[in-house]
Design a protein around this ligand. Structure first.
Ligand code: ZN
Length: 324
């Protein structure tokens, strides 16, 4: 899930109410290559001549995530590719690539040049192709490590999906402040929060969107695959990877919701405050078992498989049982 890997989405908790970590904990996180709470907001690199609504939508989505999770980073947001092709100017592309490769070069001219001719040139190629893409790429070899949120041809995502995509990507920024979780939990968590926080902003409908996800989750089930097969997308066979979307995002969002439902409080707000710190303490497998009050991850997977067999209205009723 690192580098140029496709990773795919409000609330009321404001920054004032977020308790910052003690300095020593911050230091440990930096050493462990994790993102940390920041004073500065994300840095945006975009074409200032672009007057379209798309960059603003990306920012609003990202800000909805920051309001809820806290201001983690450092984050650099790159927005490139435009509906109006005349905005794809060479001058802007040169500036964007220079910014992009500044971190990757770490002061070494040769590495900066390699970045410019490699991943930098690749970005511009994608922008000019007109295809839409959005992902988080994590840069771990800088000190401190940083997250890049790259939005290419954002107009391809349409309105209002681009907002929730912003939340989805920012959820990954928050997740990067904690140790790794399995692919289904990473992507499923980002999808769940995109719908949940998106609904509060009027950009999504949790119930409707989750019902849609369930259709895809059932397709994976029909192929005799489950979230247990999607713990690390980089390790799965091509036959399983065909169901990446279904297992990680669609089934993952439901499994994430079920985990919250099986927790003591059933509270969504407790997930960032209690579950992720528990992952940092005991690792994701024990955290999942403890948090969902089951014996181990296999027991959770069995519970989820049983849940997938329920009628849709009962599955949707589970969502109503979740607390703020
Ligand atoms: Zn993602």
């Amino acid at each position: 899930m690192v580098s140029v890997q496709l990773l795919k989405l409000l609330s009321v908790a404001s920054l004032c109410c977020f308790i910052p970590l003690a300095a020593s904990a911050q230091d440990k996180r930096a050493a462990a290559k994790l993102l940390t709470l920041q004073k500065s907001p994300p840095v945006y690199v975009r074409n200032q001549r672009d007057q379209s609504k798309w960059p603003g939508m990306v920012r609003e989505g990202v800000d909805a995530g920051r309001e809820y999770f806290g201001n983690y980073g450092p984050v650099y947001v790159y927005i490139l590719g435009h509906e109006d092709k005349t905005l794809n100017s060479e001058a802007f592309h040169r500036r964007l690539v220079a910014e992009y490769c500044k971190h990757r070069g770490a002061g070494v001219k040769k590495r900066r040049e390699e970045c410019r001719d490699g991943p930098g040139a690749e970005l511009i190629k994608k922008a000019i192709s007109g295809r839409g893409d959005a992902y988080l790429s994590f840069v771990g070899d800088t000190d401190p490590p940083l997250a890049e949120l790259v939005f290419i041809n954002p107009h391809q995502f349409r309105d209002p999906y681009l907002y929730t995509r912003g939340i989805h990507e920012y959820t990954h920024v928050f997740q990067r402040a904690f140790p790794t979780t399995p692919t289904w939990m990473t992507e499923g968590g980002a999808e769940f929060f995109a719908c949940y926080l998106g609904e509060k902003k009027g950009w999504a409908k949790l119930r409707r969107d989750m019902a849609e996800f369930m259709k895809n989750a059932q397709r994976a089930k029909d192929a005799k695959l489950g979230i247990k097969d999607m713990e690390d997308v980089d390790e799965v066979s091509p036959a399983v990877k065909k169901y990446y979307r279904h297992l990680a995002y669609d089934a993952g969002a439901w499994a994430f919701a079920l985990m919250i439902h099986k927790s003591k409080s059933r509270s969504i707000a407790e997930v960032p405050k209690k579950f992720y710190p528990l992952v940092a303490k005991v690792g994701w497998q024990r955290a999942l078992a403890q948090y969902a009050q089951v014996d181990n991850k296999q027991a959770f997977y069995r519970a989820f498989d049983a849940f997938l067999k329920l009628p849709l209205d009962e599955q949707l009723k589970m969502l109503e049982g979740l607390k703020e």
